[in-house]
Design a protein around this ligand. Sequence first.
Ligand code: ADP
Ligand code: MG
Length: 210
Amino acid sequence: MTFRDLNLSTQLINALDDLGFETPTPIQEQAFSTVMSGKDVVGIAQTGTGKTYAYMLPILRMLKYSVQQNPRVLVLVPTRELVVQVVDEIEKLSTYLNIRITGVFGGTNINTQKQAVSEGLDIVVATPGRLYDLAVSRALQLKSIQKIVIDEVDVMLDLGFRHQLMNIFDILPQQRQNIMFSATMTDEVDQMITEIFTNPKRISVAKSGT
Ligand code: ADP
Ligand code: MG
């Protein structure tokens, strides 16, 4: 199968052409219709298998264009390096879409980030601590969030972000799609899924060579 066999928009196909990507990876192929369904999704696949586009392709397919001030999609990642990387990947994919993406992370001036989010955005990519600080200071409104992605959730829980993640879930709208991606399935990950998710669809790609 190629990306043309997925129900993608011309804008996304053109962006993938520019990147030179023709074929979805197995996790991208499996995740597409599952994420599009709007149900909660748990995706497990090892590092380097294309998980960012596995969740971003269906999300961008649904988002299409900017409609309002407040973000509709929240992507949480464990580190500032990953915020920068994921923002960069989403920007490449949304070259032909009118979508605003902002990355926020700790260890840097919060006022600059408050200014950035005040200009309006569709997707916010964040580390948990800074996201929470921006939300409680009312610089960032989370009331329009329809989809939350927790990427590298295994790493996030290893780094001790559990409490901060739970605080964020508490201030998000009840009506939303929860999406989680991880390289490994640990007991802690499983526990969080049980607490937060509603009948999640699980997709996983076996490690090659096993
Ligand atoms: P993971 O999150 O699973 O570790 P990434 O999403 O970071 O993997 O993707 C790993 C690399 O593969 C990135 O450089 C990405 O641009 C590239 N990539 C993603 N999807 C494809 C594809 N369908 N074809 C070729 N390369 C891809
Ligand atoms: Mg990744």
